[in-house]
Every structure is written in C-alpha cells, then in structure tokens.
Design a protein around this ligand. Structure first.
Ligand code: ZN
Length: 223
C-alpha cells in the first residue's frame, strides 16, 4: 500500500525551505510532504514516519540538504525557471483546493436539504402536540401547569410596532426627537497627514504591514 514515491529517493533540489520547515518532493506537487522543525528535531507526518522509528525518506532528504549546504546564505538562489515552475505547482494546488471545495459544497447542499426535509416533517408532528396543549391551557384558563413530563406555560406577549412609512410618522410630529450633530473622524485626511508627515498623533496607532505577495496563473497554464 506504500506510495510508489516512497521507493524513490528525494534529491536536495526538490526541497523548499521556510522558517517553520521544509516542503520535500516539490516535483510531486500535491504529494509533496512537509517536514517541520520542532524542538525535538525534524518531524514528518508521512505514513512511514508514523509507523517506523527510523527516519523517513523526507527527513533523510532534509538532513542531506542541511549537511550539504549548512549555512542558509550558501543555499542556491531560485532561478527564474524554478520560480516559473513553482508558480505552476501553486496552480495545481489551487485546482485541487477548488475541486475539494466544489465537492464539499455539493455534499453540504445535500446534507442541508436532507436536514431541512427531516426537520420539516418533525416540526409538523410537533405542531399537533403544541396546538392541542395550547388549546387545553386556554380552556382550563391556566398560565402555568406543572406536569409529570414537564411544565407548560402560556404568556401574553406585547404587540410589536413596525414603522412602515417613516415620513408619515414624522409628519404627525408628536413622535420625533432631534439627534444632535455628531463629530466624526475624517479618516482619509488623517491617513494622508500621518503618511505625509510621519507624525504619530495622540490617540492613534500606526501599524506597519508586511508587503503583500500575489500571483495570477495563466489560463490552462498548469497540469
Ligand atoms: Zn516522511
């Protein structure tokens, strides 16, 4: 049952490093495996790592990688071709994610429909009991009744008043109030001032944000 990829050895060129760990087997895209840096050393969640005490091929590959180029500044720079290739891998992952979402949404729709139908049938039955007991409470002129199975209560409710035509009510004049003029912050002006002058005014906090990376794939570019 082991994946065929397990028999192959991973070359160090198929590893992407980040602060939290390594992505091993980049060429396999979907099947690339994450090896995490932890306090107790390298950690992999692959099948082999779960069942064996020996290092799996992913951890071995990361060890080889770290042994061959121990200092991070010595590690080879990404080539344009690599970047382009990574973008296509990203596209494959996007496609997988989209397919998963679509599949899950279809199932969720089915489940929701099933739940709705079942609840409707149950609610219909509940309504019979509720109507019968409600009528009984009224006939007996009871507001509370403690029974073996529980307690019944009938409570009169305040009417709800909905304003459909605000202008008509305002024109009546008897039910109006004046809302005092409110001072509000001109956020655009504040932003411009802070960015132009760099002044950190009292009552504000300037939070610097990291640059944003984005990508766009060419249609039909991947797979
Ligand atoms: Zn592994």
């Amino acid at each position: 049952m082991e994946a065929i990829a397990m028999t192959q050895t991973v070359s160090t060129s198929e590893i992407i490093e980040s602060e939290t760990g390594f992505l091993v087997g980049v060429d396999y895209g979907d099947n690339a495996v994450e090896v995490l840096r932890t306090e107790s050393g390298l950690q992999c969640h692959c099948f082999i790592a779960q069942v064996s005490h020996d290092d799996c091929e992913h951890i071995r590959a990361v060890r080889d990688y770290l042994a061959s180029i121990p200092m991070s500044e010595d590690r080879p720079m990404l080539s344009q071709a690599d970047a382009d290739y990574y973008l296509s891998k990203l596209g494959e992952l996007d496609n997988t994610m989209a397919a998963n979402n679509e599949s899950a949404n279809t199932q969720i729709k089915r489940i929701k429909l099933w739940l709705e139908m079942e609840n409707m049938k149950i609610q219909d039955k509940k309504d019979y009991y509720i109507l019968a007991m409600d009528n009984w409470m009224h006939l007996m002129e009871l507001s509370t009744k403690v029974l073996v199975a529980g307690t019944l209560k009938v409570r009169a409710q305040q009417p709800e008043i909905v304003v459909n035509d605000e202008d008509a009510v305002l024109k009546d004049g008897r039910f109006t109030r004046t809302i005092p003029e409110k001072q509000a912050i001109d956020k655009a002006a504040l932003r411009k001032h802070v960015l132009d002058t760099g002044e950190e005014l009292e009552g504000i906090q300037v939070i610097l944000k990291q640059h944003k990376f984005s990508y766009k794939l060419n249609p039909g570019g991947s797979s």
